[in-house]
Design a binder for this molecule. Structure first.
Ligand code: S3P
Length: 468
């Protein structure tokens, strides 16, 4: 289970300032009200993996043949990708309870959508599509919501331009992106300054359309779903530790794809059942790709009791059931090599840190400042509102845990700042709070975890979703 040890992934691209504006009281959104205490018990399956769902649509769309997807995440982000390919003429049936059939159009089969492609909140859609669209014979415009329109895009547009692509951003290097057709893309060897699977994947997708060889070297391991899926679709890749290369001009052959449950969504329940006395959860069919298991490694290093049962291979990914029981947690210094492997799970991990004995220190995680929100600032704000001492660092956070006492958090109101993972993390905090926890701005929970409140309530969380 332990991932290979590599040097820290300190991001070197200057993080574009992503503001976290106070929520606008005029824009009403659903909110969560979570009663204090409770336990999490039973068996459940969280929705399909977001990263794999995006890629299944993208590769299925440009493959030869029909890709049958099961376990597809019917959340707004993956649906934005699906809608984009429909707009480009790809025939797609579903989704119907996680089943999607993509009639592959082949590498050259996409058509001019004739309108801007709206990516919503989804950074993965925008960054991966910018690469894939660089190789098309038509122009496209990619737009995003307010949060996505603040996120840095030069990390993909600069290397894509080096491949010959023509892409425009705003003067701030943000969306909307305009991608224009060019006569020829050519492969490059790119050493990523930031450990980013989105950048790596974007360049590999452009590389399918490029002459010659495209190679990407990463400063630390990042999720490798694109590489695994390309290989499963029969596309030749050369992989050596820290580096992947491919040649343009090959073909993809459609295959069935079973999407595992998303470890990033399981993370909220791993933390919840670890901190709530009397809990026991079995999380079924969770994807355990070695580049995604930082959350398990970190929680175990803090003392968590997480068992891996029935480890198996499904599609091109390892999958298992996770059994989690409460355990006394201790604060730790989070190992640098685990940071990219847990990059989406830190909001949940900060809740665990507040329930640990002693301090938890995270550094080398400046990438958290340019996610769907500035996750360092926004989590520190919410933790403070719930009575936890948290010190913001330029590249991380120090959290003073309150240990084994039953009431770690006061009740109170927190803002998710439109960030799905912030909302779900604070919902779990209520399990160890002395009063109700109210969470504002929860609409974006649907981007990655539709049905979160109902599933969590079924497991025992006292959560009510109040409509806008
Ligand atoms: C993703 C890669 C990660 C992650 C994001 C999904 C992907 O982003 O945070 O939620 O599917 O490739 P970075 O590539 O920016 O690290």
């Amino acid at each position: 289970m332990s991932p290979s040890i590599t040097p820290s992934s300190r991001a070197t691209e200057p993080a574009a300032p992503v503001s976290t504006p106070a929520s606008n009281p005029a824009s009403r959104q659903p909110r969560f009200v979570v009663a204090p205490g409770g336990t999490l018990r039973g068996q459940l399956r969280v929705p399909g993996d977001k990263s794999i769902s995006h890629r299944a649509i993208m590769l299925g769309a440009i493959a030869d043949g029909v890709t049958e997807i099961s376990g597809f995440l019917e959340g707004a982000d993956a649906l934005a990708t699906l809608a984009a390919f429909r707009a480009m003429g790809v025939v797609i049936d579903g989704p119907d309870r996680g089943r999607v059939r993509v009639m592959g159009a082949g590498l050259e089969g996409l058509r001019d959508p004739g309108l801007a492609l709206a990516m919503g909140n989804s950074g993965t859609s925008m960054r991966l599509l910018s690469g894939l669209l660089s190789g098309q014979r038509f122009a496209t415009t990619l737009t995003g919501d307010a949060s996505l329109s603040r996120r840095p895009m030069r990390r993909v547009t600069e290397p894509l331009r080096a491949m010959g692509a023509e892409i425009e951003t705003t003067s701030a290097g943000t969306a909307p992106l305009v991608v224009r057709p060019v006569a020829n893309l050519h492969g490059i060897h790119y050493r990523m300054p930031v450990a980013s699977a989105q950048v790596k994947s974007s360049l590999l997708l452009a590389g399918l359309y490029a002459t010659g060889e495209t190679c990407v070297t990463e400063p630390a391991p990042t999720r490798d779903h694109t590489e695994r899926m390309l290989t499963a679709f029969g596309y030749p890749l050369e992989r050596t530790p820290g580096r992947v290369c491919l040649h343009g001009g090959g073909r993809l052959r459609a295959i069935p794809i079973a999407v595992p449950a998303d470890i990033s969504s399981a993370a909220f329940f791993l933390v919840g059942a670890s901190i709530a006395p009397g809990s026991e959860l079995l999380l079924q069919g969770v994807g355990l790709n070695p580049t995604r298991i930082g959350v398990i490694n970190i929680l175990r290093a803090m003392g968590a009791d997480i068992g891996v049962e029935g480890l198996r291979e499904e599609g091109a990914e390892p999958v298992a059931d996770l059994r989690v029981r409460p355990a006394p947690l201790r604060g730790i210094e989070i190992p640098a090599d685990q940071v990219p492997l847990a990059i989406d799970e830190f909001p949940a991990l900060f809740i665990a840190a507040a329930c640990a004995e002693g301090e938890t220190l995270l550094t080398g995680a400046e990438e958290l400042r340019v996610k769907e929100s500035d996750r360092i600032a926004v989590m520190a704000e919410g933790l403070t509102a719930l009575g936890i001492r948290a010190e913001v660092l330029p590249d991380g956070i120090r959290i003073v845990g309150r240990g084994q006492r039953p009431d770690v958090f006061t009740g109170g109101r927190v803002h998710s700042h439109d960030d799905h993972r912030i909302a779900m993390s604070f919902a779990m905090a209520a399990l160890r709070a002395s009063g109700p926890v109210e969470i504002e701005d929860c609409a974006n929970v649907d981007t990655s975890f539709p049905g979160f409140a109902a599933l969590a309530a079924g497991a025992g969380l006292g959560i009510v979703e109040e409509a806008a």
